[in-house]
Design a protein around this ligand. Structure first.
Ligand code: ZN
Length: 254
């Protein structure tokens, strides 16, 4: 491969990465779309086609009708069992391994950054790795829940100790984001001299405020995402093509 096939913008981002010493990556649903996980904000896609996620994946539904909540969420759990990271996740992990990225803040709950080899992953919306009991704080691993769902469980899985319904360790609609994760995310953002936002429309707060934190502190912003974001005019560079192709060009140019 020659650098002739690298776009000017990809070369610009590669240059920004090389010249920065505290780069942080922020990712949203768009980085997992090539792994076959639909972005639920895109209408008419997959699991979210027939239900309103704002209504079903809500903490109030979980508390009032845990069986109904799990009737929906169980499918989501099973559908994420076999998904694999794609080359965009691997590119982010590669940059961290080479000392070019300090960590990744993600809105995704799919565990794919860790599966790709990223070490410092701040999951601000939690992850499906565990389910938790809200009464005793006991944890049950994802694989155990999937086993139960695949064995025919349609209602809520229960905590073995207190028989309370288990809740996925993800942030549901109506819930606050985990304080420790958000605090680490703010630290990374405020210390960053470059933030690369990948596959996020940067519209969901408080995560959408993180690029602002970096910019206010004097850092730069790069965007790798299709579609508009509120930060388009303030970014040093925007790569608006396919996320896998764009990041592979960036790696090639580094
Ligand atoms: Zn319990």
């Amino acid at each position: 491969m020659t650098t002739a096939s690298v776009s000017r913008d990809a070369a610009r981002l590669a240059e920004l990465i090389r010249s920065s010493s505290r780069t942080v990556v922020l990712t949203g649903a768009g980085i997992s779309v090539p792994s076959g996980i639909p972005d639920f904000r895109t209408p008419g896609k997959g699991l979210w086609e027939k239900v309103n996620p704002m209504e079903v994946a809500h903490i109030d539904v979980f508390r009032r009708e845990p069986d109904r909540f799990w009737h929906f969420y169980g499918q989501r759990f099973s559908s994420l069992k076999d998904v694999q990271p794609n080359d965009a996740h691997r590119a982010v992990a590669d940059l961290e391994r080479r000392g070019l990225v300090r960590g990744v803040i993600t809105q995704n709950i799919d565990r794919l950054h860790r599966a790709a080899g990223s070490q410092r992953v701040v999951e601000v919306h939690g992850s499906i790795e565990y389910c938790v009991c809200l009464d005793c704080r006991g944890r049950v691993h994802h694989d155990r829940i999937v086993e139960q769902v695949e064995a025919g469980l349609t209602g809520a899985p229960e905590c073995e100790a207190c028989i309370s319904p288990l809740k996925p360790n993800v942030v549901l609609f109506g819930e606050m984001l985990p304080e420790d994760a958000m605090s680490e995310a703010y630290d990374l953002a405020s210390e960053a001299d470059l933030m690369i936002a990948i596959g996020s429309s940067l519209e969901v707060y408080p995560v959408a405020s993180l690029p602002e934190v970096t910019l206010e502190a004097g850092g730069r912003l790069a965007l790798v995402t299709q579609g508009r974001t509120p930060y388009d005019r303030r970014a040093d560079v925007k790569l608006a093509g396919d996320v896998v192709q764009e990041l592979s060009q960036v790696l090639q140019a580094i």
